[in-house]
Ligand binder design. Sequence first.
Ligand code: CAA
Length: 259
Amino acid sequence: MAYETIIVAIEEGIATITLNRPEVLNALNSQVFEELADAAAKLGADDSVRAVIITGGDKVFAAGADIKGMASLSAVDVAASARPSMKAFNLLENMRKPVIAAVCGYALGGGCELTLAADVRIAAANAQFGLPEIKLGILPGGGGTQRLPRLIGAGKAKELIFSGDFISAEEALRIGLVNKVVPAEQLLPEAQKMARKFASRGAVALGLAKTCINEGLRMDLELGLQYEHKCFSLLFATEDQKEGMQAFIEKRKPTFRGK
Ligand code: CAA
């Protein structure tokens, strides 16, 4: 698929997806969701890609779903159109490699929800987050009512969703919505540094750790602990586990091959 609304670049095992509709502040329409889903599926299946960064560039992350494209939709249209966004976000959330959202400027509505499908969020100091759907007479329909309370707790999530207010990068850091705030010019370098660090770890162990955390959030503690133990045991069948422990014993750096 040739992309028109996103740009995908791969360098030294790190893939960067850049949203590319600057004239509408990267508003997310069905074409963006379809292209994102296609890219996420391909990057997820490509073993040479070890980490993914998703960004909107140096001005804005995304101002939400495309309101002009949504305004006249019927309930039936929306029921059908939810699938591409859900597919794209789920593919990003479930791929067995780290996904880092690097956020400059506005991350609103579906844009904020896209960052919630990532594993880690890094914000430029000028970033603003919000779920303003309530002010449009709707609710967050890109996973916001589900992923946000799981990340920051129900109380804070309800305050954001009920008010529709925007919050600053610093406030987002304070409530645990983002992992780190950096000066705008440091945003991509910082995301790349983190991506390289993640990519240097054993890919199988990292992928399974991600799966354990994501699946565990859907289970009670006892089941989650059992699931973790199964994944932990499985890793003892990998070359990376032998290499990681042997390297420790030999006082050298491990060379992981993702096997
Ligand atoms: N959809 C469509 N177009 C959008 C858009 C959106 N979400 N956000 C901005 N644009 C367009 C504007 O209409 C404008 O286009 P024109 O020049 O043709 O008028 C252009 O982008 C620039 O925007 P502004 O002139 O409004 O820029 P600003 O700096 O004055 O304001 C803003 C920026 C505060 C982000 C404002 O644009 C805004 O409030 N945008 C909408 C935010 C929003 O409500 N997002 C939630 C969408 S619903 C959703 O996401 C549903 C879901 O859960 C999946």
